[in-house]
Write a protein that binds this ligand. Structure first.
Ligand code: TYD
Length: 140
């Protein structure tokens, strides 16, 4: 599986660092929603879902965490531990977030507003969704 990490250029000077993220420039989609996860209890795994349409960029802006990506065929674990590094997560990608350090702040930039109907929360439904997508694409 091709893991797509994006690197953001910090504007550093003697005062410290600053990173600016602009849609369609640093982020490959229109940013319609931002949320962040923090104060995560020890041993917690979150996520356990995929999206039909939503694209996201995940940035661990403080601390560290790991992301398990699963496209229905292959799985990858990605460490996020730098505020200038993002992970692109496409639609139709099962994700689990785990191994949060106590100080971790995981910020997510999303291409759509929150919409429960875009979620696939059952893993077998996800596998079937991926299979159906492939059949549709193969028939083109
Ligand atoms: P949840 O989907 O459980 O988060 P995770 O993907 O990390 O497992 O979301 C937790 C709660 O927050 C749930 O009640 C839905 C709500 N929520 C929103 O209201 N808006 C959002 O953009 C998101 C991502 C979640």
């Amino acid at each position: 599986m091709q893991v797509k990490k994006v690197y953001f250029q910090p504007h550093g000077d003697e005062r410290g660092q600053l990173i600016a993220l602009e849609e369609y420039k640093d982020i490959p989609f229109q940013i319609r929603r931002v949320y962040y996860i923090y104060d995560t209890a020890e041993g917690v795994t979150r996520g356990y879902h995929a999206h039909k349409s939503l694209q996201q960029i995940l940035i661990c802006i403080h601390g560290s965490c790991k992301i398990r990506l699963d496209n229905g065929k292959e799985k990858e674990i990605v460490l996020l531990d730098k505020p200038n590094e993002g992970l692109y997560v496409s639609n139709a990608m099962w994700r689990e977030m785990f191994d949060f350090s106590p100080d971790a702040v995981l910020m997510v930039l999303a291409s759509e507003l929150y919409d429960e109907s875009d979620y696939i929360r059952n893993y077998n439904d996800f596998l079937e969704y991926v299979r159906n997508c492939e059949e549709t694409t193969d028939g083109e």
